[in-house]
Design a protein around this ligand. Structure first.
Ligand code: C5P
Length: 223
């Protein structure tokens, strides 16, 4: 296969968690190191794509050779993704917080000695679902499903509901050590069926995904 099968193609990748502020010092977040998302952005770059990486707060360095947009909240992440359209492929790896605090306090919430404050939550936008049904939808839209139970069933329902072409399902039960770890065991779910990948280093899983994307898109201009 060609060394740079994604030359001339553009890609958007989301990575990391989002932080949803409660007040100036506190936030709600998901667990995510950003390792898998950043590795996918790097693999797409290495395959020749022009990559925009939209990253929530992570402790990883910005990868070279791509545009990196830093965001904090889900709302900002959606805005940065939409600003990066159009693209040939989008891969949604970020662990986006499902909820934000309905009304962020501009001041630090004080302990009153009269019990804990009640936090009203509001639903965040689903970035994958928004882009999966977008007027400028990329030709290939890929999401992740990190599950502890009913992996395939949940992945299949996400495919349809979110308008994705593929869902990479992985088991994040604590015993597997996927969260923050170096390896990932992926089942790639499409409308056509399920492809079971062996346990791979996150960088190797990323390379395999980049190759899958290249095969799926075909050579630029040859379609
Ligand atoms: O529904 P669930 O959070 O399990 O879906 C996971 C997939 O959806 C991932 O690809 C994730 O990046 C994406 N997602 C998103 N915006 C959200 C929630 C999830 O893009 N608000």
């Amino acid at each position: 296969p060609p060394a740079r099968p994604l030359a001339g193609r553009s890609a958007i990748v989301t990575s990391g968690p989002t932080h949803e502020p409660i007040d100036p010092v506190r936030y709600i977040a998901n667990r995510s190191s950003g390792r898998q998302g950043h590795a996918i952005a790097e693999a797409l770059r290495d395959a020749g794509a022009s990559v925009t990486l939209v990253s929530g707060p992570v402790s990883l360095p910005d990868p070279d050779g791509m545009v990196v947009r830093h965001v904090e909240t889900a709302g900002q992440m959606l805005g940065a993704v939409e600003a990066a359209l159009p693209a040939d492929v989008a891969v949604f790896v970020a662990a986006v917080a499902d909820w934000r605090v309905a009304t962020e306090s501009s001041r630090k919430i004080k302990k009153t000695g009269e019990g804990a404050p009640a936090l009203a939550l509001a639903e965040n936008p689903d970035i994958l679902a928004t882009i999966g049904h977008h007027a400028e939808r990329p030709g290939l839209v890929i999401g992740f499903a990190a599950e502890t139970d009913d992996l395939l069933e949940n992945a299949r329902s996400k495919l349809a509901r979110k308008g994705a072409d593929a869902i990479l399902a992985n088991d994040v039960s604590p015993a597997g050590g996927v969260m923050g770890g170096a390896d990932n065991t992926i089942r790639l779910v499409t409308a056509e069926g399920v492809e079971d990948w062996p346990t791979l280093a996150k960088s190797a899983a990323a390379k395999r995904l980049a190759a899958w994307i290249a095969a799926r898109l075909g050579r630029k201009g040859s379609a």
